[in-house]
Design a protein around this ligand. Sequence first.
Ligand SMILES: CC(C)(COP(=O)(O)OP(=O)(O)OC[C@H]1O[C@@H](n2cnc3c(N)ncnc32)[C@H](O)[C@@H]1OP(=O)(O)O)[C@@H](O)C(=O)NCCC(=O)NCCS
Length: 150
Amino acid sequence: MGLFIQKVTVDQVYPLRSKVLRPGLAMDSCHYVEDHTIGAFHLAAFVEDVEDPIGIASFYLEKHPQLPAAISYRLRGMAVEPEIQSQGVGSILLTQAIDICQKEGADLLWCNARQTATRFYKKLRFKQYGESFDLPGIGEHFVMYRRLKN
Ligand SMILES: CC(C)(COP(=O)(O)OP(=O)(O)OC[C@H]1O[C@@H](n2cnc3c(N)ncnc32)[C@H](O)[C@@H]1OP(=O)(O)O)[C@@H](O)C(=O)NCCC(=O)NCCS
């Protein structure tokens, strides 16, 4: 698979974000207010000669209230096209994102992870913080984080 990762505009992530993370809901439901904040960036995975991204993730300069960090990014909207999940696209995308966050000087990356995705994050050396909590309409989540500096 000729895969490449690049920064994209938020408009390019909405269709897959909606399809995978907010199926059956109005497109508005996947517009996050933080999408246009300073420091936010959106990454997408593409295969050659195909216009639409096959994987997406968005990153925001946002601290977690309980996880100390000088510069902290929050990951949201991590999704891979359903037919090609479990083939490594998500891992490649997130690994590249971590590299970008580190180059920006960040020392922490965190997210509210769906319980079903915790194995994915653990494989990428994220740790779980605290107890699970429910996000209404989406389900059980855990705060997960990865320290980016030693
Ligand atoms: C979670 C997700 C982004 C991972 O991307 P991916 O390309 O499927 O992941 P990879 O192929 O790199 O898989 C790495 C690990 O993630 C886990 N994983 C793979 N597919 C998964 C899936 N559909 N759901 C949850 N975890 C999965 C596995 O542990 C896998 O390791 P293994 O192949 O050794 O078993 C993707 O599966 C997805 O979009 N799932 C639905 C939406 C979602 O849950 N997003 C995260 C919200 S917090």
